[in-house]
Design a protein around this ligand. Structure first.
Ligand code: WQD
Length: 334
């Protein structure tokens, strides 16, 4: 297939591009490079032998998006592009709603205009809000109790996609709800390298390991979990990328929704221990107060994806730590 990947130069997008090329698909990237680096494209070339075509465009620019879809002859779109920093979305809600919602509306309008009828959307477990349970299945209600505008844009885009699907019987939508992506490509050439100050646990651990930050702040050790720290479902980014391939192979008319997670929960302290074991070095940390909005424990029930897409994770937290360390060895030269 010929696939347009929005946000394809970013962390999850670039790993997905590698898997798409390896599976024989033709890809083009639409990315404004606001949270990506050109070196990701060089890395894709080193790994796959293919330098993907980049459209340096922001999805807010409808005329350019229309032109790309007009000329592209695409069979499908995988839509990663969007702003994704939780704290920033609380500070600048209008910017988040504008970028994520209008960007998606423009993309959908261009797809409708040029009859591209397949879309895979990069959603998040954040759409479940606080459903009052720890094991998340796709049939839990979504949209209630989401604590930040970023998460709300993911939920709203899911709803928009359902409405577009209802209006167009030929439209094929697959919504993938990611849990916590971590790790890097095993070549060490591709990984998470965000611009600016990171918000998520793994990039912060990386900065502490590099000596850029003096220590990790662990947000609370008084949660009702075995070691008192929060539990999340961390999924290796290569497993996550392969989930998109499985989804692409199983698209149908209408809307399908899948959790992409490992099904296993890991605490913050367990993540620190795993990183220390892989690196052979202590990771300095201190316990600080809870971060508002954090749930004590959540993990995916990933059985629907296994049954319907034939996909499940095969890599572990230890693999993610090893691959992250390999990426860290190269990061200065990337
Ligand atoms: C993981 C755990 C923190 C940083 C968020 C979004 C979600 C998705 C991924 C992405 C938590 C703890 C973290 C730190 C810490 N969106 N932590 N010290 O909160 O599960 O999910 O990111 O684009 O929508 O909500 O992920 O990586 O921020 O935190 O102790 O400095 O690590 O409390 O338990 P989270 P996270």
């Amino acid at each position: 297939m010929k696939i347009l990947v929005t946000g394809g130069a970013g962390y999850i997008g670039s790993h997905t591009i590698v898997e798409l090329i390896a599976a024989g698909h033709e890809v083009e990237i639409l990315d404004d490079m606001s949270n990506a680096k050109e070196s990701a494209l060089d890395a894709i070339q080193k790994i796959t032998g293919v330098y993907p075509k980049l459209h340096l465009v922001n999805l807010m620019d409808l005329d350019k998006v229309l032109a790309i879809l007009k000329d592209g002859n695409f069979d499908a779109v995988i839509h990663f592009a969007g702003l994704k920093a939780v704290a920033e979305s609380v500070e600048r809600p209008l910017w988040y709603y504008e970028n994520n919602l209008i960007g998606t509306l423009n993309l959908l309008e261009a797809m409708q205009t040029y009859k591209v009828n397949k879309i895979i959307f990069s959603s998040s477990a954040t759409v479940y809000g606080d459903p009052g349970t720890t094991a998340f299945t796709e049939d839990l209600p979504s949209g209630q109790g989401i604590t930040n505008p970023y998460g709300k844009t993911k939920y709203m885009i899911e709803e928009i996609l359902k409405d577009v699907s209802a209006s167009n019987p030929d439209f094929e939508v697959t919504i993938l709800r990611y849990f916590n992506p971590v790790g890097a490509h095993p070549s060490g050439k591709l990984g998470e390298n965000p611009n600016g100050r990171p918000n998520n646990l793994m990039p912060i651990i990386m900065k502490v390991a590099q000596g850029e930050y003096s220590e990790l702040s662990v947000y609370g050790d008084d949660y009702p979990t075995p070691d008192g720290t929060c539990i999340r479902d961390y999924i290796h980014v290569v497993d996550l990328a392969k989930g998109h391939l499985a989804a692409l192979d199983h698209m149908e008319k209408g809307v399908r929704i899948y959790n992409l997670g490992s099904g296993k929960g890991t605490s913050v302290l367990e993540m620190i221990t795993a990183f220390e074991k892989a690196s052979g070095k202590k990771l300095p940390y201190k316990i600080v107060s809870r971060r508002p909005g954090d749930l004590a424990e959540m993990y995916a029930v990933p059985t629907k994806a296994e049954k319907e897409l034939g996909w499940k994770t095969s890599l572990t937290i230890n693999d993610a730590m090893k691959d992250t360390l390999k990426f860290l060895e190269n990061i200065d030269t990337l």
